[in-house]
Structures are given as structure tokens and as C-alpha cells.
Design a protein. Structure first.
Length: 277
């Protein structure tokens, strides 16, 4: 019986092309033996079976943006630093592809959130896999963020900004601002203030079916909104509505890679400093 002919699309870190080139070559050589179709940075993804992201988590986020609603499973090869999303090491590429062909993997579904405005439209892609962050401009004073959950008033944040994070993004910008770690299957979102004026303003976790409305005021008359780091300037008084997108991102996870083991490894939980010497 002939093996199914699969199509793979490959996306790499544009700033490290020379570094990732040997990795791409190994992938192409392996998949050629499997008679698979391989395209690097293609414009058309319609018939792709898998997407391979080569780089760090930033490259993975850009790959997720390109995949979007097509929900093509993404394989993350980590050639960056931390690598929560891209957790296949370059030395494990052939082994990982063997497991994929053998069906020894599972798909982890990751929530995506979408931003809408009541005034000027966002120029770029309005969805985020990690987080949507509202923040003041570089030299501006604190901004005021009047926040509603399902049309019920929550609080008026006086802060440098506010992060609305998915479970995927809970180990990123939100974590560095004191937010909790949320497992991908928890079906929740978190609101984490950035440098709030009141010290008793703490992160709050809500269900991912909630609709979040933000009314932002700024003394500089404008503010920034960033979706996975892609920033746009908006006029003060603009209302933002943030809700769960109608699709999710499918991440390929090998059987020997589990979320808690990744946390232990990446955050070095339980590591004895004496063992590192």
C-alpha cells in the first residue's frame, strides 16, 4: 500500500536565514524520501497538511498568523531562546517527522482572540494567539482603561497598560507582569494590568466565552494596541471589543512532550543550582 503524499509548508525566521538554512535542507531531504511536497514561504496554503515553523516563539506566532482560519497543524522547531510553542529541537527533526508519519502525536488546540473597534479600523491582522495589549505611548502619562465584562462594569484601570491574554500567552508578556500560568485546556482568558497606579489591582481570570469591552482615554489623545507584538496607534476614546475568535490554532505535540514537562524544563522548576556547576 502506497504512503499518503503529504504537503508541508515551511516558514523560517527572516532575520536568521543563514542559520536556519541547513535545518530547512534536512527537512527537504527527509520529506523527499517520503515523496512529500515541500514549499518554503509559500503564498498559497490551501492544500497544506502541515506547517513547519523554524525559529523561536516569535516565528511560531507569525506562522500562526499566516495559517489563520485554515487551522493547519503547526510543528514548531526551536532555534530561538525559550521555545514554549516551538519545542522540537533541531537535532530531533527527523525523529519528529518519523513520529508524525507514524501517527505518534496529538493536536493541542490553542485559543485565538480577536479585536474589533468602534471607530477607525485596525490596519493589520486583528487576531492574536498570545495576547492583546493596550498601552500608553512611550513618553505619555498613564492611560485610563474602563473595562466591561459581558457589558457588566469591572473596573477603571489607571495604568501603563492592560494585557488580555490567552492560556498560550500566559507564559509570555502577562507572566512578566505578575499574571498566572494558565494551561491550554482551561478555556479561560486573563486580564493583567501593567504597572497599575493602585497596588491592589491584580490579574483576573475569566471564561473565554466572555466579551471584553475597553474604553481607553489618554492625556496624549492616543494609545497603542498590540496583537502578538504588532502595534497600531489608535485615537483616545476608541472602544475595543475583544472576544474569542471562531477558530483555534492546532499545535502538533509529540507524545514525549507534555505541557507540564515543558514548564519544568523552560522555567527550570525544581532545578538544583548545584547540579548546574
Amino acid at each position: 500500500m502506497s504512503e499518503e503524499k503529504l504537503k508541508f509548508v515551511v516558514f523560517g525566521n527572516d532575520y536568521r536565514k543563514e542559520v536556519i538554512a541547513p535545518c530547512i535542507q534536512r527537512i527537504e531531504q527527509y520529506l523527499a524520501q517520503r515523496h512529500a511536497l515541500v514549499q518554503v514561504d509559500p503564498g498559497d496554503l490551501e492544500e497544506a497538511d502541515y506547517a513547519i515553523s523554524i525559529g523561536g516563539d516569535g516565528t511560531f506566532l507569525r506562522t500562526a498568523k499566516k495559517v489563520g482560519e485554515l487551522q493547519i497543524p503547526i510543528i514548531g522547531v526551536n532555534m530561538g531562546r525559550l521555545g514554549f510553542l516551538a519545542d522540537v529541537l533541531p537535532s530531533e527533526i527527523e525523529e519528529a517527522l518519523d513520529d508524525i508519519y507514524a501517527g505518534n502525536y496529538f493536536l493541542e488546540n490553542h485559543t485565538v482572540i480577536r479585536v474589533e473597534t468602534d471607530g477607525e479600523h485596525l490596519v493589520g491582522y486583528p487576531c492574536a494567539l498570545n495576547e492583546v495589549a493596550v498601552s500608553k505611548r512611550d513618553t505619555a502619562s498613564m492611560i485610563s482603561i474602563r473595562t466591561y465584562i459581558n457589558d457588566e462594569f469591572l473596573v477603571n484601570y489607571q495604568a501603563d497598560g492592560l494585557i488580555v491574554t490567552t492560556p498560550t500567552g500566559s507564559t509570555a508578556y502577562s507572566l512578566s507582569n505578575g499574571g498566572p500560568i494558565i494551561i491550554p485546556q482551561s478555556r479561560s482568558l486573563c486580564l493583567t494590568p501593567v504597572a497599575p497606579h493602585s497596588l491592589n489591582m491584580r490579574p483576573i481570570v475569566i471564561t473565554d466565552t466572555s466579551v471584553i469591552k475597553l474604553e481607553v482615554e489618554s492625556r496624549s489623545h492616543n494609545f497603542l494596541v498590540a496583537m502578538d507584538g504588532r502595534s497600531e496607534k489608535l485615537v483616545g476614546g476608541t472602544q475595543l471589543t475583544i472576544r474569542k475568535a471562531p477558530y483555534s490554532i492546532h499545535v502538533v505535540k509529540l507524545m514525549n512532550r507534555r505541557y507540564f514537562s515543558t514548564l519544568r524544563e523552560k522555567l527550570m522548576w525544581g532545578l538544583d543550582e548545584r547540579q548546574r556547576k
